[in-house]
Design a binder for this molecule. Structure first.
Ligand code: SF4
Ligand code: SF4
Length: 418
């Protein structure tokens, strides 16, 4: 083991780290701890490691960074913690420190850089999908390295491009004007879902503005410790949406929404942007917060359906939104909403986690899909692109590809307006 490094700058907010009283009440909520039973893979163990790194009692090497890399950033521990430990903020600070001071093997650096570079640029993502789909159609995936084979297995069927106009007018006289974030992965892989989301907003009386200048929310960068890159994304989106006369900024991807709601925190040390960021974050709403169940009361499902719902971590834990999506689904007659065991436990997708930590991601995917199959549901709904891809691939692997995996917006739009 190399000797502990010497840093001149403290990276961890001491008061946040010391808020942990080591009670262990978060352990049973932590997916990685439940899978490995190893204290280092628990929130409490990781906070010990963070503090040891901060106090330079521990070297910055594979042994200390491994448990931090294996953390999903799902924030289930925050919900479980009675002491109010802000684990997500501690994790971001530690990952930034690791990113700045720890040199990963070249292959790993290139893979991580490639993921961020491609997934944050819709044009490149679209281009990357062309050879990927050809390789899959020709069944040549076995020629690829394992991480790329895993990525290939996640690819959904292609959807027709459905461009969203800058202004999508409300049905009837408008009650509100909202901005819409298209999302990098959403606009490429789930264009139909974006169109369904805008239609739902229009039907609920919103004029929807989708400014083309908007960009990546920055979540991919923030999760990997590249906070400066995430801040650049935030500034671009704040400036873009400030120029729009909107009452709210609506997002249909839980990971992006959670990031946008944290712009205020992300730019808290930047005097030029602090207040603008806080104002922006106050306006951000997930799609399910903007829709009203009453609208769906008269809706009737096309056929009687058994439906279950998987809570995306960044909706349930980071944004604490669990009731609204269930209320929307229950309001449709003929839909039987079956609760899922461990509904709010991470499916292993966690941003790009399933591409950087494929082994743990596969374990959690299997666990999630077994619970889904056990419900007997025809459809599983969720609200994040990563979860959709991860669960779809997992159900196919489990021989349960007949269970439809849908974004809640697609489901509501079809069942309400058929
Ligand atoms: S993070 Fe919270 S719940 Fe977990 S050990 Fe620390 S104080 Fe206890
Ligand atoms: S964020 Fe999720 S994986 Fe990480 S320590 Fe907390 S509960 Fe465990």
């Amino acid at each position: 083991m190399s000797s502990p490094p010497s840093f001149t700058r403290s990276f961890l907010d001491a008061s946040k780290a010391q808020a942990c009283v080591h009670c262990g009440l978060c352990l049973s909520a932590c997916p990685t701890y439940l899978e490995t039973g190893n204290e280092n893979d628990s929130p409490r163990g990781r906070i010990y490691i963070m503090r040891a790194l901060e106090e330079q009692r521990l070297a910055l090497d594979e042994l200390s960074t491994g448990p931090i890399d294996r953390c999903l950033g799902c924030r289930a521990c925050e919900v479980a913690c009675p002491s109010g430990v802000q684990y997500g903020a501690l994790l971001e600070e530690t990952r930034e420190h690791i990113e700045q001071h720890h040199r990963r093997p070249l292959r790993e650096r290139l893979w991580r850089w490639g993921i961020e570079f491609v997934f944050s640029r819709p044009v490149l993502l679209r281009m990357a999908l062309i050879p990927a789909r050809l390789i899959r159609a020709a069944r040549l995936g076995w020629l690829l390295p394992r991480v790329m084979r895993e990525a290939l297995a996640l690819l959904p069927p292609s959807q027709p491009a459905t461009p969203i106009p800058v202004l999508s007018p409300a049905a009837g006289s408008p009650k509100r004007q909202v901005g819409f974030l298209r999302g990098c992965v959403m606009q490429v892989l789930f264009a139909r879902t974006n169109a369904a989301s805008v239609k739902l907003l229009n039907q609920s009386g919103c004029d929807v503005l989708t400014p083309p200048e908007q960009g990546c929310c920055g979540a991919l960068f923030a999760h990997s410790g590249r906070l400066d890159a995430a801040r650049d994304c935030a500034r671009k989106n704040i400036a873009t949406f400030e120029a729009q006369p909107v009452d709210a900024i609506v997002v249909n991807a839980a990971g992006c929404g959670s990031m946008l709601k944290e712009y205020g925190h992300l730019l808290k040390d930047d005097p030029a942007w602090r207040e603008r960021a806080a104002r922006f974050s106050e306006k951000v709403r997930d799609l399910v917060e903007e829709l009203k169940p009453a609208k769906a009361v008269s809706a009737r499902a096309t056929t009687p359906l058994k439906v279950t719902y998987h809570d995306a971590c960044h909706l349930a834990h980071a944004q604490r939104i669990c009731t609204a999506p269930r209320d929307l689904v229950r309001a449709i007659q003929g839909v039987d909403l079956l609760e899922l065991t461990e509904a709010s436990m991470c499916c292993g997708s966690a941003g790009s986690y399933n591409l950087t930590e494929p082994q743990m991601a596969a374990q959690l995917q299997e666990r999630k899909c077994a619970h889904i199959v056990a419900t007997g549901a025809d459809v599983v709904l969720t609200s994040n692109p990563g979860c959709l891809l991860q669960i779809q691939a997992g159900l196919e692997r489990a021989g349960a590809g007949h269970i439809r995996v849908e974004h809640i917006a697609d489901f509501l739009e079809r069942e309400q307006y058929h």
